[in-house]
Design a protein around this ligand. Sequence first.
Ligand code: CA
Length: 582
Amino acid sequence: MKRNLIAALLGMMAYSAFSAHAAGVTDAMIANDAQAPDNVLSWGMGTQGQRFSPLTQINTRTVGKLVPAWSFSFGGEKQRGQESQPLIYNGKMFVTGSYSRIYAIDLKTGAKLWKYEHRLPDGIMPCCDVVNRGAALYDNLVIFGTLDAQLVALEQDTGKIVWKEKVDDYAAGYSMSAAPLIANGLLLTGVSGGEFGVVGRVEARNPKTGQLVWSRPMIEGHMGYKYDQDGKATENGVTGTLNKSWPGDLWKTGGGATWLGGTYDPATKLAYFGTGNPAPWNSHLRPGDNLYSASTVALDVDTGKIKWSYQTTPHDGWDYDGVNEFVTFDMDGKRMGGKADRNGFFYVIDAKNGKLENAFPFVKKITWASSIDLKTGRPNYIDSGRPGDPTKGEEGKKGATVFAAPAFLGAKNQMPMAYSPQTKLFYVPANEWGMDIWNEPVSYKKGGAFLGAGFTIHPLNEDYIGAMRAIDPKTGKIVWEIKNSAPLWGGVMTTAGGLVFYGTPEGFLKAVDAKTGKELWKFQTGSGVVAPPVTWKDGDTQYVAVTSGWGGAVPLWGGEVAKKVNFLEQGGSVWVFKLASK
Ligand code: CA
């Protein structure tokens, strides 16, 4: 009897092990990603995007013994910025590279299992380098977006294409660089291209087939749609109200690109997408708030409707593109979201209803607003901080130049921050810089830059631009900071081992004490780190990985700053670390 029971139990265990493998990545596994350290299934190490790991083997006492386990080169002649976060599942690492490449690597040996290199047409228009920030896993698929605005789903085991969908027209400036998000059984993606007058939107698809379920434009006045099984579209309500916050026809090319993707909180059942700058940059052409640009937009995943939105920079005139990630966390028993915005303010917002709870600067110099009114949620503008109207001077000429801080590359840009429920602090990779900015006349041309602005970025300090900062969301206080000569452009991870990991353009991956900011370990990866690290456990061993490869927007757009960092060399690799056995 007892023997039969044991045999039956063994049979069940064998069956469940088999079925877990055959079933692939499930919604339940994705919902539990942050708590299950054997895998990294989503961008953000959990769809909330906290980038916190419960692992403790690598900790403040042991991290000094961290050594490389293996390194993998992306190869090829093409290098440029590597902003990708690796995913870890079923003995494999899935990591994307520049120029829309993706690799599957054997976790034990570092050997390449397969590579997919997307064939890119001439004439793609990525504004800010040929980067990709990572993939999504679902069932037996790995899915990523490409620079010619397509989605590709590959079989995890073989790299074979299962489905491929064109999202939009690359010749009109659309591209994709963000990692897709899986939320409640749907694949959610945004689009890049805010500098070319695209219209930002969020789309939901069936992750197994690529078929559209709904689409929600982020610029007020555009129609949303839902799709039936046969792909037939029906109207699903206009976003906002036509011409309420946009004059004339400018909403038709209004920007609001959703280029960094989104986060999802199973507790609120809302997906949170940041939206980029309104187009063009010349704000005098578009009086009004220009909803829903430069905002956080909370979407009901089931219906594709906007539940709430909060605009960080109404009537943006500086490319304070509010695309930054919204990371949900618990504060005083309430579900909040933290957002370190390009405009220099850190916002704490009720994740359920969008009510502003707190807002404070996280950089030292802000010239466009003096503060955020916590009652109305609106900025207190400094009017002289806005670049001058070109129509007020000599005809056809540029308007008055102003000095503005932060620079348009932002107090924080694409590099994701981390939140530790242990220390209750956010770890924010910030930059201190400013710019001379002026406006010019401009009109929309398909496939042309749609800015109506010129600019030069300047450092604000002799000795540093980057500053890794630990920030208390309740008090707004900077608890510690570590200055960095080059602008920080890589993401952050924090762990229950009391550590914060982050990379620098100078090439180091660093581990510091999460409480004090004391540097405990660093490793030179051979090129600049502009990507977020991850950690996982395989058997008894904790691993840390990060991609390396200098690039991104700074060398392309950085003005005076670009000159300061032009000694940095390109690269393209992923590094994996573990503790030395002795
Ligand atoms: Ca922008």
